[in-house]
Design a protein around this ligand. Structure first.
Ligand code: KG4
Ligand code: ZN
Length: 340
């Protein structure tokens, strides 16, 4: 079979990204234009600003991705684009761009689920990895424990009942004065702290062994800070960061290992922005080693939002025959496993 080259576009949140991917797993280019500096000024992502910045940057980002891959629009076999979930105005920029290119060049258009993309990031650097495997998906908007049955096919075992793991990182970072984006800042601060300094609760959902809850932990951190302020006790930010992070990591690893045992899964992967967390990576690796489970994780650059993962997921959708029409629209609350 001839090589399949896909141009992938990702604009669901605050990164404008484009990538050229060959045969699903060879990344010819991976261009990411981050808006973090701009949104940091506001303490979080401002949707309207995100959309405008995507519009300003998307053509340049695509041109760079094509140039870096030494590929022209005429060499492509398909266009893949994230169409949900995400910020509607941000998604629309990528979807409109993808449609325009696909229409002009008479190429197949493939809408990709953002979370399916995060999972697919694992295929990029692990040529041996094939479904089925267990995957913990932890991003700014999602926390899911799933069995990846086949490419793009998931059985959802558990999900968060309240905040996503990344959201908890971001909120706690703001509360302890580390600012946006919270995850990487807590990760860094925690390295200087003692993770058993404060005994924060491990979130448990009574009626489900696989669901997650992080709101109690977040409240416990806020209570701890309020109490310290009222009594005039000094707060050791690094200790709070390390203890909070340990609580999140413990629950994520415990649920994942429990599922691996119950379902006899010998392959475990992690995905999403929080999968870049150094404590989670180390703890999951150790837990897997102990149980003789093979552990897969994308490099940090493929954990946070990027278009290479969309090109990878798009390739497997392409092989399955998924094609979208010119009516493809942004679906901000697209559910995992749902087809738009
Ligand atoms: O997957 P992602 O880039 O975007 C979404 O699809 O949501 O995830 C972003 C989330 C943010 O909440 C960010 O704080 C978190 O991932 N994150 C991290 C780390 N790097 C990014 N959380 C913990 N440790 C990190 N090193
Ligand atoms: Zn994401």
């Amino acid at each position: 079979m001839d090589d399949i080259k896909i141009l992938a576009i990702e604009s669901s949140c605050d990164e404008t990204a484009a990538s050229v991917v060959k045969n699903g797993r060879t990344i010819l280019s991976n261009v990411i234009s981050s808006q973090i500096d701009i949104h940091t000024l506001y303490g979080g992502v401002v949707p309207e600003i995100a959309s405008r910045k995507h519009i300003e940057r998307i053509n340049r980002v695509i041109r760079s991705a094509l140039a870096e891959a030494d590929t022209s629009l005429d060499d492509l076999d398909a266009i893949a684009v994230t169409y949900g979930p995400g910020l509607v105005g941000a998604l629309l920029v990528g979807v409109a761009e993808a449609k325009a290119i696909a229409y002009a060049k008479k190429l197949p258009l493939i809408g990709v689920h953002h979370i399916e993309g995060h999972v697919a990031a694992n295929f990029i650097e692990h040529p041996d990895l094939e479904p089925p495997f267990l995957c913990l998906i932890v991003s700014g908007g999602h926390t899911h424990l799933v069995v990846v049955k086949d490419y793009g096919e998931f059985d959802i075992l558990g999900r968060t009942r309240d905040d996503a793991a990344g959201e908890a990182f971001d909120k706690v970072a703001r509360a302890i004065g580390l600012g946006y984006p919270g995850g990487p800042k807590i990760d860094k601060a925690a390295k200087e702290g003692n993770s058993s300094a404060i005994d924060f609760p491990r979130g448990k959902v009574g009626d489900s062994e696989y669901d997650f809850t992080f709101s109690g932990l977040k409240s416990a951190v806020l209570n701890y800070l309020n109490h310290a302020e009222m009594t005039g006790e000094p707060v050791n930010t690094a200790d709070v960061a390390a203890s909070f992070q340990q609580s999140v990591v413990d629950v994520l690893v415990e649920h994942t290992m429990h599922a691996a045992k119950e379902l006899h899964m010998k392959k475990v992967a992690i995905a999403g922005g929080v999968a870049a967390n150094s404590a989670l990576r180390t703890a999951m690796e150790k837990a897997c080693q102990k149980r003789k489970i093979t552990f897969y994780r994308p490099s940090p650059i493929f954990c946070t939002d990027n278009a290479a993962m969309i090109g990878c997921a798009g390739y497997y959708e392409f092989l399955k025959g998924t094609r979208h029409g010119w009516d493809l629209n942004a679906v901000p609350n697209l559910k995992l496993g749902e087809r738009g």
